[in-house]
Design a binder for this molecule. Structure first.
Ligand SMILES: Nc1ncnc2c1ncn2[C@@H]1O[C@H](COP(=O)(O)OP(=O)(O)OP(=O)(O)O)[C@@H](O)[C@H]1O
Length: 137
């Protein structure tokens, strides 16, 4: 089943020079295509909309501060079962729990600074794609 997903390379990935490494892993998957890509800084409104489900949690404010601490790379990736697939490439949210071979397992540090975001369902992907790439058909 062909899907689309939103991937964000978080400010730690950009600062640490891991953009190429992470995008390379995505590109090497056969049958996946990067159909949009942009380096940008995120404003508060976008972050509040993106992380709205976490508002009120203790990690919310530090998370928003971290996500606005430098530019991110936003990508749209299309392909067979790409939503689950990119989350597998990323590994679990907490890098300490992530297996070597996954992006967070190989490069992640702490749970907040875990390098990558990837949509977790078709519904999230549609909502997040509209938020980050409103011009996308
Ligand atoms: N306990 C926590 N402490 C600090 N930061 C956290 C914690 N839990 C989650 N986060 C941060 O909030 C982000 C969103 O949390 P969520 O539970 O949606 O994880 P996820 O789905 O693995 O991550 P993402 O949505 O970024 O792909 C995480 O990626 C991480 O950066």
């Amino acid at each position: 089943m062909t899907q689309r997903t939103l991937v964000l390379l978080k400010p730690d990935a950009v600062r640490r020079g891991l953009i190429g490494e992470i995008i390379g892993r995505i590109e090497r998957k056969a049958n996946w295509t990067i159909s949009a890509l942009e380096l940008r800084s995120l404003d508060q409104d976008t972050l509040e909309a993106h992380y709205g489900e976490h508002k009120g949690k203790p990690f919310y404010e530090p998370l928003v501060a971290f996500m606005s601490s430098g530019p991110i790379v936003a990508l749209v990736v299309e392909g067979e079962r790409v939503i689950e697939g990119v989350r597998q490439l990323a590994g679990p949210t907490d890098p300490i729990a992530a297996q070597p071979g996954s992006i967070r397992g190989d490069f992640g540090t702490i749970v907040r600074e875990n390098l990558i975001h990837a949509s977790d369902s078709e519904e999230s992907a549609e909502r997040e794609l509209k938020l980050f790439f409103p011009g996308l058909v």
